[in-house]
Each structure stands twice: as structure tokens, then as C-alpha cells.
Design a protein around this ligand. Sequence first.
Ligand code: GRF
Length: 200
Amino acid sequence: MKNIGILFSGRGSNFEAIARNVADGKIPARIALVISNREQAPGLEHARAMGLKTLFIPAKGKDREAYDREVVAALKEAQVDLVCLAGFMRLLSPYFVRAFPGRILNIHPALLPAFPGLDAQQQALDYGVKFTGCTVHIVDEGMDTGPIVRQAVVPILDDDTVETLSARILAEEHRIYSEAVCLMIKDKVRIERRRVLLKP
Ligand code: GRF
């Protein structure tokens, strides 16, 4: 059975969606470790209530790589095979990315490469696009630049606010993140240049 490590900074609804699918046997893996850089992250409370092993690793006073070395050590100790970033509001150092090559996933609330970085839903509204969505990608050393595993499209309605749009995108995030985790855990994908393709 493969081990998943999940990192987040806040609400943790993507974490919860994955955890539910793991508990239901839809994702054939174990959540070996949950890590947050924020002690008050609501997701941590949920993870503890589910009986999962949790760690709060504070970043204060540490440079990026020193912090990442701590996180990587914890993930390795828990024998994590796949790392899932689920609203983890920190850029990973090259050290972290190289410690889990091709084995870190991230979810982004836009159709990458459009609207990378913060406030992607607001960026989409401001730009005036008619469709946006969400993307699950493999993490490389850039910001929101890695090979794309799954995307879902969400239309933007005339009366959308950032809240209503974010809520509709979030529902799709919960669906495609678990699909992507499943593909990775079952070793179903191969990467050809930037393209993530299904193995025959
Ligand atoms: C999601 O919108 C995700 O796409 C972004 O951060 C948000 C996290 O939400 N990376 P939650 O903590 O999973 O509820």
C-alpha cells in the first residue's frame, strides 16, 4: 500500500476530499502524514479527528531550504510515496522538489498556464475570461509550471463574485484532485516532454 503525505496551510477542504476517498477505499493508499505550516489551520483539527498523524512545522526564523529539509525529513520518515500540496502557501525549494522527483502534486484554482500565483479566481474575473477552472499538476521547480495531470473547466457567470466562482471551482477541485491522486498512486501515467499521458 502506497503512502500519501498531505501539506496545507488553511481550510483543508481538498485534503478532506482526498481523505474521504481514501477512507472509502476509492483511493488505494494510506495517508501517512499531514503537515501544516500554520498551527491554527482548520484542516489540522479535521485530520486529528480522523485519527491521522499530523505535524505542525513552523517556518519562523528558517530560510526556505532549512524549512524544507525538516518537511522532507518528516515525509521520508513516514515513507511517503506521493506528496499532495493542498493549499500549501509556500513555494518549494529545489531541494524539496528533487527529494520527490515527479511525485509531488499541486492543485491550482485556474486553468494553467493562465492565472498562476495568488488570487487566481480574482485574476480570472478581472481579466474577463468566460471560462476558468482548476488544474492538478506535478510540481517542478517553477511556480505553477509543472506537467498537467487533470483540469476541469468552470464557466464564469455574469453575476459571479469571487466567492461564488471560487465555490464552483472548489467543487471541481475536490473531484479532479482525487482522480489525479488515484492515477499517480496506481502508477498509471507517463510523462512525454510536458504531456502527462495514460499508460496503455
Ligand atoms: C484551493 O482553492 C486550491 O486550489 C488552492 O488553495 C485553496 C485551498 O483550499 N491551492 P482548501 O484549503 O483545500 O479548502
